[in-house]
Write a protein of this length. Sequence first.
Length: 440
Amino acid sequence: MTTATPLPELAGKLPAPLRPRRMSLRAIGVLAILALIILATVMVTSALLFRGAAQSHLENLEAAHGRYEQLLENRQDAMRDGADRVRLAAIDGQLLAAAAERQQHLATTRHYIDGSTVTIATLAWVGITSIGALALLFFSRLAGDIGTVRARALAILTGDRSAGRPLARSDELRELGDAVDSLAVALGKREQALAEERRHVMHREKLATIGSMAAGVIREIGNPIAAIDGYARALLEARGAGPAPQAGDDGSDVRPILQETARLIAITREINRLAATPAAQWQLASVNEIVTQGLALLRYEPRLEDVKVHTSLDPMLPAVSCCADRLVQLLINLVANAADATAGLPAHTARLEIATREADGGIELRLDDNGCGMTDEVRARAFEPLFTTKPAGQGTGLGLPLCRAVAEEHGGRIALEPLPEGGTRVTLWLPLEQDRLPVN
């Protein structure tokens, strides 16, 4: 059993050149004015034709009446002259014929006037009724579509951000409806972006709180670490200043304490530096120094313990105007992602290469890893907020979006591409302003 396809749906499936085109409101208005002009022209033409024909009938009637009056005067003259009956009978016959002709012209004129009046009235009624019906249909549909657009606008005010059903027309009102739908979609995207930004702000505030707490903890344990270091040094000095040491008393049991306390002190300094409130102002900075600082902060990152990091930094790079702390955060995110990508490799085979150079009128920072790489689908969605391929609880999906946001804040760009031998290359490009001095 087959079902009939509605005509609007069937027309919607046709190619664009074959679809019936609807006229714009301006074209419909012009056609309405032309229809009124044509109707008025027809009525005026009919009235002029009626006037000419009626004038001809009236002239014939006047001529017949004139002949009748002339014959009547001739009979009166003949009677005054004492004409015989034969002449009077002839005149009477002519009078009867003239009267009949006059009566015929009078009836014909009346019939024509009545018929023409009915014809003109019918034309006027049909024309005005047709135009009125079309106008009623047009404005009823127009009012309905305007109501639809109005309801769509009110729905936007109540929080609806989905695109409505397109109007079944192709005029200015359709364009207005499409504009309202575009506004709703744009507002929805803007609200999503604002919500995402609010989440980022909350995340940064949480990190700042954690950093403040970490700084407090570091300050609390800093004094005991310093005390342990001082006691170990004093013990080592006391052994060196005393009598001849005994066998095995060469300080080898104290030096590991000093080494570990030195490591703890270095860690506390790095954490204090990381937890410090970053400067908000922009300044001239070296990308090489940013790389060095970021790697120093990751010195004790467990994920990088088995990753060989090689750097190839151009020493003649000019300085760039940037927010250095934001770029350090970007670098840390990229290095952490590279470490996660190489986590499944055999021991001592993970590799990360970081290089800087001047390219395309700017500074290029490139990170190459030999990790698992990305599929085309993952690479296409890598910068989408909250998109992650990591297991639940191990990734937020905000690292790369934040990196792109930082790059765009600096007027730059960031891109991902696969390496022929496997792995991923991340390229960050920052614009280079003119008249910059090289920073060593």
